[in-house]
Design a protein around this ligand. Structure first.
Ligand code: FAD
Length: 546
């Protein structure tokens, strides 16, 4: 879809005149080559997941013109990235790095400050620099997607040895997903925890390598993440302190087989007992991966049919009995909760774990192990099975079709793995969804000692009223959750100030430290101002927060 422009084109960064911008762009073209710089002066083009725009958020929840780039630049090397950063300091133009820009639900490719120049690393920096079948590690550039790494491992004949951990959608960048602390669904699902070594261009243009990478001639950059001295990697995740140009990642050894399983639970109130059952199994690694406990509405929506297929009115919630009726007609059958899990290892090892899970889950009255052997090939269960065994997939996108022009935005608080916490979060989110007239899609993703509740709000991005309702619902849930002690693990650009504000212990001491770091590393405040609520001093306190 082409979106006509309604404000000045290109969107100039505040404080930069049209003339100064033209001079700066001419300079950038000289530095990188004219073919690697594009001014965004035409209608914005929305696409779909695989052909997404790099100029704005194709799932925008605000006005299309709010988070929009003035230009996009395509560096081809670390040296090019350094040149772009030095250029931004010279002209005081804000820049916003993306690896591939598929951060849908969290802002896509959009910059937080209107008129920033998007630095699209993924178009030209897409080398897989190393895959080690001995150490089970790799080294990648920002443009390497989960699909690309998976395919290369197969092409090198290493597919029966090495697994890549993949998120629900495999088209994203390994670096982009990891620096945003994204998650996948094998036992290596915590991507940040499984990375090892970064190369980073700092906001003033110097390049650093973290961990063992700082030792010239080292041979363990991808094997030992820490090196010597402070562990600095953390400040380059969910931040605006540097541009990551290379990253090491550990790869999972093929465990010698896997088996996915599906249990369903009938009643809404089974949630508390089920979570109490899951916790010890998960901590003891009987449940081995970040499994998902999904609500029936999402089970119905992921079939890819619009809600009008089940319920004609376009406003109000689809009644629960209609949702259950639809679930009953699906291969999974009627349920309120569906648990998708996978067990790993040779058959005899799997059998022991599966028996322990079975005995524990079937304690809940009405619990059912679903026979998946007759499920058709395009049933969602098989997508979960592929993802849990390191094969990238796109099936998850289907629930976006629940409403016309389906877009989504996520509420994702962290909590202990306790029945009482699950119930409290579920209740507050359900109530807020009802108040705002939004169908409720909760899923609990259980990590090792905590869980994320992921609630996807699906909205029609062409409807100002639906967007406003989705945003109001989110803002209410973030505040309600924070009052009960729950914070978001990650958030959309539009909510970053609010979420950062909830992490306010000791008079906002953590944010004060982040601001001190920001001002030291980025004295001109050119790199992704406002990302994760961190504003450089040039912007701070001038009304940018939202
Ligand atoms: P990018 O968009 O490139 O990066 C994300 C952000 O990180 C950027 O905006 C930028 O601020 C920063 N950044 C990126 N690269 C750099 C860099 N090199 N240096 C400094 N900063 C950088 N996510 C999950 O984690 N798990 C899921 O299971 C999951 N499921 C999803 C399901 C659906 C249906 C949808 C639509 C989305 C889902 N997502 C999920 C969210 C998203 O699709 C992925 O996280 C995706 O991998 C992020 O896009 P990307 O990798 O292209 O990152």
């Amino acid at each position: 879809t082409a979106i006509p422009r309604r404000r000045e084109v290109p969107a100039l960064p505040q404080g930069v005149t049209a003339e100064a911008f033209q001079t700066a762009i001419a300079d950038l073209r000289t530095l990188l080559g004219a073919e690697h710089v594009e001014v965004v002066d035409k209608a914005l083009q929305d696409g779909w997941y695989m052909e997404h725009p790099n100029t704005h958020d194709m799932m925008t929840i605000l006005d299309d013109e709010e988070f929009v780039a003035s230009a996009v630049v395509y560096p081809g090397s670390t040296e090019d990235v350094q040149a772009v950063v030095r250029w931004a300091n010279k002209h005081l133009v804000p820049i916003f790095p993306i690896s591939m820009g598929r951060n849908l639900g969290y802002g896509g490719a959009a910059p937080r400050v209107r008129g920033s120049v998007v630095v699209d690393l993924g178009r030209r920096m897409r080398q897989i620099l190393d895959i080690s079948g001995d150490d089970f590690t790799c080294l990648v550039e920002p443009g390497v997607s989960f699909y690309a790494l998976h395919d290369e491992i197969q092409a090198r004949g290493l597919g029966d040895q090495l697994w890549v951990d993949v998120p629900d959608l495999g088209g994203g960048s390994i670096i982009g997903n990891t620096v945003d602390r994204g998650v996948g669904y094998t036992p290596y699902g915590d991507h940040w925890a499984t990375h090892s070594g970064l190369e980073v261009v700092l906001p003033t243009g110097e390049v650093v390598r973290t961990g063992m990478g700082a030792l010239p001639g080292n041979n363990t950059w991808q094997a030992f993440p820490y090196g010597f001295g402070p562990f600095s990697d953390g400040i380059f995740s969910q931040s605006n302190f540097g541009i990551v140009t290379k990253m090491g990642m550990t790869l999972m050894p093929n465990p010698g087989g896997h088996e996915s399983f599906l249990y369903t639970f009938q009643k809404e109130e089974d949630l508390a007992q089920l979570i109490e059952i899951i916790r010890p199994l998960r901590i003891r690694n009987i449940l081995e991966n970040v499994a998902q406990l999904r609500h029936v509405t999402q089970s119905v929506a992921v079939r890819g049919l619009p809600r009008t297929n089940f319920y004609e009115p376009i406003d109000g919630l689809v009644p629960e009995d209609i949702i259950h009726e639809a679930a009953a007609k699906s291969p999974t059958g009627d349920h309120t909760w569906a648990y998708y899990g996978t067990t790993y290892g040779p058959p005899e090892v799997r059998a022991l774990k599966l028996a322990a899970v079975d005995a524990a889950f079937l304690k809940i009255p009405g619990a059912r192990k679903v026979d998946t052997s007759t499920f058709p090939a395009d049933e969602y269960f098989w997508s979960r099975d592929r993802i849990a065994s390191g094969t990238p997939d796109l099936h998850e996108l289907r629930w976006c079709q629940w409403v016309p022009n389906g877009s989504h935005i996520a509420f994702s608080p962290v909590s202990p793995i306790r029945g009482a916490d699950a119930t409290a979060l579920y209740a507050l989110a359900k109530q807020r969804h009802a108040e705002h007239g939004i169908d409720f899609f909760p899923a609990f993703c259980v990590g090792l000692r905590e869980m994320h509740l992921i609630v996807e709000i699906v909205f029609d991005r062409t409807s100002a009223q639906k967007k406003a309702a989705a945003l109001a619902c989110l803002r209410d849930m973030v505040d309600d959750a924070a009052k009960l002690g729950y914070g978001e693990y990650r958030t959309h650009l539009v909510l970053m100030d609010q979420v950062a504000g909830t992490y306010s212990w000791n008079d906002g001491a953590l944010m004060k430290m982040h601001e001190t770091l920001k001002d030291a590393l980025d004295p001109n405040g050119i790199l992704a101002p406002g990302r994760c609520g961190i504003w450089p001093k040039r912007y701070r306190g001038r009304g940018w927060e939202m």
